[in-house]
Design a binder for this molecule. Structure first.
Ligand SMILES: NC(=O)c1ccc[n+]([C@@H]2O[C@H](COP(=O)([O-])OP(=O)(O)OC[C@H]3O[C@@H](n4cnc5c(N)ncnc54)[C@H](O)[C@@H]3O)[C@@H](O)[C@H]2O)c1
Length: 244
């Protein structure tokens, strides 16, 4: 019995691995060495949870006796805009592969990480789970498709699929293009100035990476009869802009 984290070298995935390893779970990390991920600037984070193995190739789900999957691997918004074809392969085809592996090898639970980017935040003052989803960019369109695909696998194949939609996740070492909030907080803590070129950004809710990881653990552990929406928003600190 083991738990697989795709994107387990990333900001949220590495923290999730820590939580699970501390609980005594056997954790396997699926990582793509060529792909960045915020936590690659923090190899200590990735190494710290020792009883993990790094693997590639989704057939390893069978080989490693995986019972639960946390699917965190993805190209984020900025990268997806710069490289839509890569994003399509990673985020959409990658998620399809994970769903297929889960179905074929009888995985007991699959947690998918979607995004607030599946909404158009300018249309409503507050986002709830039932707000109409009209993504504005390539990344959000791909994530929305995968939410639907997971819902379909749940209905058609009985796969225990659940999804979370994160707002902007903040934590140490974030270098993701377009993510102004985490570096700005880090600069403030270090007493350093940060660039003002982001001041025109619309802003949005923020979530601490440890809370993001805990939400993933909690959602996959929730009793099945409580799972109604299937894909859930995760709240965070209310709308913030770089200016205030
Ligand atoms: N960080 C945010 O603000 C944010 C907001 C909303 C949703 N999310 C979602 O949460 C999840 C975790 O995000 P994060 O902040 O930890 O991101 P991150 O960029 O820190 O990590 C992404 C991980 O995905 C892996 N990856 C990228 N391309 C890959 C590929 N082709 N094959 C296999 N692995 C690949 C990277 O190696 C890395 O481990 C992602 O699914 C992301 O879309 C993040």
């Amino acid at each position: 019995m083991a738990r697989l984290i795709t994107g387990g070298s990333g900001l949220v995935g590495a923290e999730l691995a820590h939580i699970l390893v501390r609980r005594g779970e056997k954790v396997v990390v699926f990582a793509w060495p060529g792909a960045g991920g915020s936590a690659t600037s923090r190899p200590d984070q990735v190494r710290a949870g020792r009883p993990r193995r790094f693997i590639r190739g989704i057939q390893r789900v069978r080989d490693n006796g995986i019972t639960h999957i946390y699917h965190m691997g993805a190209m984020l918004t900025g990268e997806s805009e710069l490289n839509p074809w890569g994003s399509f392969h990673t985020n959409v085809i990658g998620t399809y592969n994970v769903l297929e592996a889960a179905r074929l090898f009888g995985v007991k639970g699959l947690m998918f990480t979607s995004s607030i980017g599946t909404f158009d935040g300018s249309l409503v003052p507050e986002l709830s789970d039932t707000v109409l989803q009209r993504p504005r960019d390539f990344y959000g369109v791909g994530k929305l498709y995968c939410e639907g695909l997971g819902r379909m696998y749940r209905r058609k194949f009985g796969l225990n699929f659940r999804g979370l939609r994160y707002p902007s996740v903040v934590g140490p070492g974030v270098l993701t293009p377009g993510h102004w909030d985490a570096p700005m907080i880090e600069a403030a803590v270090a007493g350093k100035p940060s660039s003002a070129r982001w001041l025109r950004t619309r802003g949005g809710p923020m979530l601490y990476y440890k809370d993001a990881a805990k939400a993933a653990v909690d959602l996959l552990e929730a009793p099945d009869d409580r799972i109604r929406m299937i894909n859930y928003n995760v709240g965070g600190i209310r709308r913030v802009t770089p200016a205030r």
